[in-house]
Design a protein around this ligand. Structure first.
Ligand code: FES
Length: 158
């Protein structure tokens, strides 16, 4: 069941559109912001509110790779795997991040701290290789820089 807070935030977004269904991506983002991911129950509740079938809403949710349909870690590591980052050493960077976290793409560390995902170009090609952790962009990645970043996120108390 949606909380009153979630419902109010979603209704505020719905009010921006002529059609309730048009607010579906915003609604999914709101739910994810509150819960960390979007469960089947969340899809059912939202679809009801937006006048969509659960299948329609699920197809939108699964189209966007940043809407999470299963639980994720407290920090989302998004590693760019597009052309400029490839040229600038993506493979080595991926191996380093993956090795340090002990997970591959689509997986979450055992302590629930990190989920590692690929992402298309982050718009920082001139400073490749690049990745995001949560909402922060990190560029000019090297193994040393990655170690320092991961260490910061490991000790951030979350
Ligand atoms: S290709 Fe990686 S930031 Fe553009």
């Amino acid at each position: 069941m949606l909380t009153e807070q979630e419902r109010q935030e979603i209704e505020a977004e719905v009010g921006q559109y002529a059609n309730r269904r048009a607010a579906c991506i915003d609604a999914l983002k709101i739910l994810q912001r509150h819960r960390g991911w979007v469960s089947d129950e969340g899809i059912r509740d939202l679809s009801c509110m937006l006048g969509m079938t659960p299948e329609e809403l699920d197809s939108v949710a699964t189209f966007y790779n940043l809407i999470f349909r299963k639980p994720v870690g407290r920090h989302i590591v998004l590693l760019c795997n597009t052309i400029s980052c490839w040229i600038m050493g993506y493979e080595g960077i991926f191996n380093h991040v993956s090795g340090r976290l002990g997970i591959g793409f689509g997986q979450t560390t055992e302590d629930g701290r990190f989920t590692l995902l690929p992402i298309p170009c982050l718009g920082a090609c001139d400073r490749a290789p690049a990745m995001m952790i949560d909402d922060e962009l990190y560029t000019d990645l090297t193994p040393e820089r990655i170690d320092a970043l991961l260490s910061t996120y490991r000790s951030d108390g979350t």
